[in-house]
Design a protein around this ligand. Structure first.
Ligand SMILES: NC(=O)c1ccc[n+]([C@@H]2O[C@H](COP(=O)([O-])OP(=O)(O)OC[C@H]3O[C@@H](n4cnc5c(N)ncnc54)[C@H](OP(=O)(O)O)[C@@H]3O)[C@@H](O)[C@H]2O)c1
Length: 254
């Protein structure tokens, strides 16, 4: 191989604060060789700030952190406390969670959300996992959440199944699906539906893989449309996703 792998030449170096000029140079096809973007300690990276960054969590509200004594839970509690949000961080049994929600939050602002950070990790290949390991892992996630739901009283649930079935036109169906997606996305991202923009690309929102799976399952359940998780990220905006759902939905009259 000696003599066949050579250093790249010529190279043009841009600091990361000038990444825009670097990309323009690249697109302009006026350069030869390779373009290298290098980060330096004092570089300021230009980024478009989110429209309403402060609205991720509400003021004067309480958030319950299940598994809040764990690694991420502790750092999230600190982050919330620094911004004056009320956080109840806990690592409790389901019975303790019910007790806390039913009686232990007096005098605190209303509960506006639950951050589920409980986990018991049994890091083995599924085929080597014992049944006991499997149930222990699932219980840490499912039981705590079930306890929150059970004690949260009337959980607000909206069904989009019937309105979608009775939609008279494709346009109406798309409207129902779009509303449903906005509501679900807002719920899982702890935002207000009004803060979402149906025309913005979904990639602009913090959709992690677990959230994407939850949205996909919601689509399957509520709209009877089978989509791959990948189709969510590649679908463009919430509006175009609604169109794609309507095409696949068994509830939409053709
Ligand atoms: N760390 C990562 O790289 C990573 C990556 C992706 C996702 N996550 C997710 O982020 C979350 C937090 O992770 P972490 O690294 O902070 O975990 P961690 O440090 O292991 O903390 C887990 C927390 O869950 C609690 N817990 C365990 N079983 C419980 C149960 N049955 N009911 C209520 N609480 C229970 C633990 O309490 P005890 O200590 O009292 O048992 C502990 O406070 C998890 O949901 C995990 O899946 C983490």
């Amino acid at each position: 191989m000696y003599g066949k792998v050579r250093p790249i030449s010529p190279t043009t170096i841009f600091p990361i604060s000038e990444v825009e000029s670097a990309l323009k140079t690249l697109h302009g096809a006026k350069m030869h060789g390779k373009l290298i973007v290098v980060p330096h300690a004092n570089d300021i990276v230009k980024a478009t700030p989110p429209k309403k960054p402060h609205q991720f969590l509400k003021e004067n509200a309480t958030y319950i952190l299940i598994g809040g004594t764990g690694g991420l839970g502790r750092s999230m509690s600190r982050w919330m406390a620094l911004r004056s949000w009320s956080a109840v961080a806990m690592s409790l049994t389901p019975a303790d969670i019910e007790e806390l929600i039913t009686h232990g939050l007096e005098g605190m602002p209303p509960v506006k959300g639950v951050i589920h950070g409980a986990i018991v990790l049994r890091d083995v290949l599924f085929e080597k996992m014992t049944y006991s390991d499997f149930t222990t892992v699932i219980e840490s996630k499912a039981e705590a959440l079930a306890a929150v739901e059970a004690s949260a009283g009337a959980v607000k649930t909206i069904s989009y199944n019937a309105p979608l079935k009775s939609a008279g036109t494709l346009r109406e169906a798309e409207y129902v699906v779009c509303e449903g997606l906005m509501y679900k996305l807002a719920t899982v991202m702890m935002m207000e539906s009004e803060d979402l923009d149906a025309t913005r690309p979904l990639s602009n929102y913090p959709l992690g893989s677990l959230v994407a799976i939850e949205i996909r399952n919601f689509i399957t359940r509520e709209f009877e449309a089978t989509l791959q998780v990948l189709e969510l990220s590649s679908s463009g905006s919430i509006q175009t996703l609604a169109k794609a759902v309507c095409i696949k939905s068994k509830l939409v009259k053709s």
